[in-house]
Every structure is written in structure tokens, then in C-alpha cells.
Design a protein around this ligand. Structure first.
Ligand SMILES: [Zn+2]
Ligand SMILES: [Zn+2]
Length: 146
């Protein structure tokens, strides 16, 4: 597949060369369950294109629309599968706190299980850490109307 990085696990999943069950697939993104879930529901939404991290996203409509689409799909999936969850969270790890260098949105229906897992998804302010999807969208929202 064009643009895919053969050593990248998320590229392999995105082009369906693994046995991972895809919960969603379209021409821009795929979604699947995290292999090591940290919450009652924990899904990942991954771009098909190999974009390494949030740092590679720019303030432009193309990137803004891509992240909006990731968030929409993720919200629909967790709300469908965990309609009674008390809280949902959606966000990205910022380097150097990301585990896989391929853009992926973490989607949670809480609680975290076990509870201490929440520390992996703390915002560390200017240091980085975890960034909520809405915050990222604000950061890359184009200044001129879409
Ligand atoms: Zn990749
Ligand atoms: Zn991550």
C-alpha cells in the first residue's frame, strides 16, 4: 500500500494485513479495540496514511477535517457500545509519550480499569502528555472559515 511503513503495526492494521477486527473502515481511517485496554471500552482510531504524531498536524483544513472525522467516528463507536458510560474521553499522546509513532486517537468509555491506568492519559500541560481531541482541534483549526 502506498505510503505504508512496513515495520509499523498501525500501517499493517490499516491495510488489513493483520487479524485485528476492524470496527470501522473508510478511505481515511480505521478503528479497532486497543490490544491492551485501559478502560471499560478503549478503542483506537488510526489514520490510513502514516502520519507519525500530532506534531505533524498543521493548522489547515485538511488536517482539521481529518481529526474531526476521527473524533466523530470514535464518539459514535464508544457511545454505541457503551451507551450508559458515565464519562467518555478522546485524545492523543504527544511525543515523547506516544507508544506507537503513527497517529492514533484513544477513545474511552470510563471508568479506567484498573483505576491507576488513568495516569497514562494525564495532560502534563506544557510538557505535553495527553491532549484532549477538542484541544487539538482548537490548535489546528484554520484561521479562515473552512
Ligand atoms: Zn504507520
Ligand atoms: Zn497512544
Amino acid at each position: 500500500m502506498e505510503g505504508a511503513v512496513s515495520s509499523c503495526i498501525f500501517c499493517q492494521i490499516a491495510c488489513s494485513s493483520t487479524s485485528t477486527t476492524l470496527l470501522h473502515k473508510d478511505n481515511r481511517i480505521v478503528a479497532f479495540q486497543d490490544i491492551n485496554p485501559s478502560a471499560f471500552r478503549h478503542y483506537l482510531v488510526v489514520t490510513i496514511e502514516h502520519i507519525p504524531t500530532v506534531k505533524d498536524l498543521k493548522r489547515r483544513s485538511e488536517d482539521f477535517l481529518l481529526v474531526s472525522h476521527m473524533l466523530n467516528v470514535g464518539q459514535n463507536l464508544v457511545q454505541r457500545d457503551a451507551p450508559h458510560a458515565k464519562k467518555y474521553r478522546f485524545g492523543f499522546h504527544q511525543p515523547p509519550f506516544n507508544s506507537v509513532n503513527h497517529l492514533h486517537l484513544h477513545c474511552f468509555a470510563l471508568p479506567f480499569i484498573p483505576r491507576w491506568k488513568c495516569v497514562k492519559y494525564l495532560s502534563l500541560g506544557s510538557v505535553g502528555g495527553f491532549i484532549e481531541a477538542n484541544k487539538l482541534l482548537e490548535r489546528i483549526k484554520p484561521l479562515s472559515p473552512l
